[in-house]
Write a protein that binds this ligand. Structure first.
Ligand SMILES: Cc1cc2nc3c(=O)[nH]c(=O)nc-3n(C[C@H](O)[C@H](O)[C@H](O)COP(=O)(O)OP(=O)(O)OC[C@H]3O[C@@H](n4cnc5c(N)ncnc54)[C@H](O)[C@@H]3O)c2cc1C
Length: 812
């Protein structure tokens, strides 16, 4: 027991697990003002993965939230390390090289440099000679350059956790070592009982920080987290004379082409490998006695990588191996951890799936503690939110993705890159039909969705940070939609039927605007966080007095369901039914859409008078039962045809048969993306994030302050305040590359905004982007610039809606 006294029987929060995840959560809970907290650890602190971590601490991240939380780790670790009462071995700001050997690596680094700049972090792109000057042990063969992270370094993982634990204890937290949690039970009121081998602790909130045992802890509450461990290995070398002769530490190295990393350890190197012949670990259960333990050494496994490592660091060929460390490291399906509320559980949180937990753990614990104490964090945490995965992300799927991710550790995703492992995970009956029609698929929340249709079977879409030949293919699809008519399937669109006597009143009190007043109408509605920022976006259709359909982005399936469920009235006056996995949507869009639908469904009156824009009607398409909605994400005259999956093929056949006479063709997600940006339509979690309020997000017309709703008080407090940022559409002055989400916008050297979405607008023939901009620049006459593929290009604000601003086409 940490304090030597009796174990507490109650606390506000109990954190299970004393690795970096648990220690950081405990520490930050106390910093956020919550001192009635306990950490229980089955063995010693850091006895899971943490103790043997290579413990590199980089600032590099693929999205701004990751960069921000890593910056927090770095400054916190520095602060802790500088404490004279408890100094920590932290090689702060050694500097790190992320190597590049291909043009797309360089293009990608330019993007990540721009993205990081928006978070106040300065990376640099170095040429090969400068790389070698900073790291004299490397060769420059086949080297195109590197991204320089000046704050990169490494830390003693055990000292770091002890320092956090020490500080938390001083603030009132208690830590019980050698206290395994054996079960968890929840009382009807939501309070948890944490059963340990030394007694029970009652608490309001419980946090699973169980590392590679997170699914043992999860099982105690009936949850399986999409987390799988991989064996991961590094070598520590004997001293290297070249290093002994240097008067500085060699920088850290990470290499996307050769799948290794390295840093200085004493006068030798630590070299870690991401071999292709990698191995999952613990899938069939973990020996209870595996603590402070390693997996058996397995040097043969990394032979495939060694040759390239020797090519980059020739000194290694002459150097002996001193120690091999092979330990389990946790992965999720997308490589980012699960930090936040556990879906479907009250007062339950997790900080699991940390694969770079030493570098990131400081930031993750910070963001988690904020969510537990204040309900939300300073950043939008969707990239970490456990709700981003649904049921399809089971352990077998996660294992496939973990292996794929491990094999590609430093090979970041290029724009529009959808990797093959675990696919297809979710499909509708139309998947083979669209495949036969030439569809190239991407994935959205596990669903296969057609992104474009190949002009010939051999057409290859090479993902790139620049425009590729796919742009012309998309242009053709857009032309067909704009001039004739197109059809696309929106698989996985999230739909919930909300019904009952109380449904209308309940929904009206949840959204910051209005829900449809009349039966048969459709309206766009938004919910807000308690801080008055944008939480979710839904197309709400009123199908009868007491029956609504809530429609939102495919990725919002778990997010919206659990948020709505948590707000349900207790009197049984409202029921919810999930339709996402039982229905799909066929969109028919273009000036001839009405004629196609009239031919496919002749007993429905599709005229503008009978079926105006923003209405919903039941209809029979061919012989398939559907709900049709006259809504349009493309800006063309369009209907969404919602059909049950068993009739999706029938409806699709009927529409294609009717469409043939009108030149109807398939279009995909990229065409939709291009068209929605021309219309100024936002996309949830790209453009609509919980860091900005609806005014800053350009949603003022959807806010009606004539009623109470969650977030109302906070929104009232902001009303009239000058916006921090303004959401705008921009034109970029180049046709060689699109902007990318996260790119910074500049006035000279000053960052004045961030891109959130971008695409070529084919109907207006302009390179477009959307994003948040300093309001001082949000008028059309102010020029600013954006960083793309290493060059500055001019940019300026254009009208929010560039295509048919009066919405005449959609009204038909
Ligand atoms: C070889 C290797 C090299 C690495 N290098 C780096 C690196 O350079 N940089 C980096 O950032 N990351 C690195 N990592 C990853 C990093 O070490 C991990 O992400 C991190 O340590 C995970 O911390 P954690 O708190 O999630 O898990 P753990 O450290 O495993 O902690 C979980 C704790 O929960 C406890 N626990 C489990 N079940 C129970 C229970 N029922 N009751 C009570 N307690 C329980 C365990 O005993 C354990 O102490 C590396 C990992 C490996 C394997």
């Amino acid at each position: 027991m940490g304090t030597g006294g009796r174990m507490k029987t109650s606390a506000r929060v109990v954190v299970i697990g004393g690795g970096i995840g648990g220690c950081s959560t405990l520490y930050h809970l106390t910093r956020e003002g919550c001192a009635d907290v306990v950490l229980v650890e089955r063995d010693e602190l850091t006895s899971g993965t943490t103790w043997h971590s290579a413990a590199q601490v980089t600032n590099f991240g693929g999205v701004q939230t990751m960069v921000g939380l890593k910056s927090h780790s770095i400054s916190l670790y520095k602060e802790l390390a500088d404490d004279p009462d408890y100094p920590i071995n932290y090689h702060h700001a050694t500097g790190g090289l992320r190597l590049a050997s291909k043009q797309w690596h360089i293009d990608g680094y330019h993007h990540f440099i721009s993205l990081a700049r928006g978070m106040g972090v300065e990376f640099e792109l170095l040429d090969p000679a400068e790389c070698q000057r900073r790291h004299p042990l490397i060769t420059t063969d086949n080297l195109a350059g590197a991204l320089w992270d000046p704050l990169d370094g490494d830390i003693d993982p055990a000292q770091l956790c002890q320092a956090m634990a020490r500080s938390a204890r001083r603030a009132g937290a208690e830590i019980y070592r050698h206290t395994p949690v054996s079960d968890l039970t929840q009382k009807p009121g939501g309070e948890w009982l944490v059963h340990t081998t030394k007694g029970d602790i009652a608490c309001e909130h419980v946090v699973n920080a169980g590392g590679y045992r997170c699914n043992e802890v999860g099982a105690m509450m009936g949850v399986t987290h999409p987390v799988v461990s991989m064996e991961h290995q590094y070598f520590l070398t004997e001293p290297i004379p070249e290093i002994e002769h240097l008067d500085f530490r060699v920088p850290l190295l990470r290499c996307p082409a050769d799948d290794f990393y390295s840093r200085q350890e004493k006068n030798g190197l630590l070299v870690g490998f991401y071999e292709q012949e990698c191995r999952t670990w613990g899938l069939d259960g973990i020996d209870p006695s595996f603590a402070n333990a390693l997996c058996p050494n397995d040097p043969d496994r990394v032979f495939d990588v060694l040759e390239n490592v020797f090519g980059r660091l020739p000194c290694l060929a002459e150097t002996g191996i001193h120690t091999i460390v092979n330990g389990p490291i946790t992965y999720t399906p997308d490589g980012l951890p699960l930090v936040g509320r556990i879906p479907g559980k009250r007062n339950a949180w997790c900080i699991t799936g940390l694969r770079a937990g030493l570098g990131e753990g400081g930031g993750h614990g910070w963001l988690l503690a904020q969510q537990i104490v204040h309900g939300e964090a300073v950043y939008d945490t969707w990239c970490l939110d456990p709700h981003r995965f649904c049921r399809y992300a089971n352990i077998e799927y996660t294992a496939l993705k973990a292996v794929e991710d491990y094999r590609n550790e430093f090979r970041f995703h290029r724009p529009h890159e959808h990797r093959p492992a675990g696919r297809p995970a979710r499909t509708t009956p139309l998947y083979p039909v669209l495949m036969a029609a030439g569809a190239e698929f991407g994935t959205v929340n596990g669903w296969e969705r057609a992104v474009f249709f190949k002009p010939d079977p051999d057409f290859d879409d090479e993902p790139s940070f620049r425009f590729t030949p796919t742009k012309d293919v998309v242009a053709e699809e857009v032309r067909c939609v704009a001039e004739r008519v197109g059809i696309t399937e929106v698989s996985g669109f999230n739909r919930i039927e909300i019904a009952g006597k109380g449904a209308g009143t309940w929904l009206a009190g949840l959204v910051c605007g209005h829900i449809p007043q009349r039966v048969g109408k459709v309206r766009l509605s938004y919910t807000l966080t308690e801080r008055g920022n944008v939480l979710s976006e839904a197309t709400v259709a009123r199908l009868s007095e007491d029956c609504f359909w809530w429609g939102s982005a495919a990725s919002a399936e778990n997010h919206d369901w659990h948020w709505l469920a948590a707000h349900m009235p207790a009197d049984g006056s409202v029921t919810m039914r999930a339709l996402t996995n039982t229905h799909t949507i066929l969109v028919v869009a273009g000036p001839r859409a009405r004629r196609v639908l009239a031919a496919a469904a002749p007993r429905t009156d599709w005229s503008a008078a009978a079926f105006p824009w923003l209405s919903a009607r039941r209809a029979i398409i061919g012989h398939a039962e559907a709900v049709a909605m006259s809504v349009s994400f493309s800006g063309e005259l369009a209907w969404e045809i919602h059909v049950p999956l068993e009739q999706a093929h029938a409806a699709h056949l009927a529409l294609n048969l009717a469409g043939a006479a009108h030149g109807m063709a398939h279009f995909g997600l990229y065409a939709t993306e291009s068209m929605r940006i021309e219309k100024g339509y936002r996309h949830w979690k790209s453009d609509l994030i919980s860091e900005y309020d609806p005014y800053e997000s350009g949603l003022t017309r959807f806010v009606h302050l004539d009623h109470e709703f969650p977030g109302r008080a906070a929104l009232d407090a902001k009303t009239g305040a000058p916006p921090r940022r303004r959401f705008v559409t921009m034109e970029i002055g180049t046709d060689c590359a699109p902007a990318h989400p996260g790119d910074s916008l500049y006035d000279g050297g000053k960052v004045i905004g961030t891109v959130t979405s971008a695409a070529w607008g084919h109907r207006v023939d302009r390179n477009l982007a959307m994003g948040f901009l300093d309001p001082a620049y949000a008028t059309g006459d102010t020029e600013f610039s954006v960083d793309l593929i290493g060059q500055r290009f001019p940019a300026h604000v254009v009208a929010d809606c560039l295509y048919d601003p009066g919405n005449e086409l959609m009204r038909g």
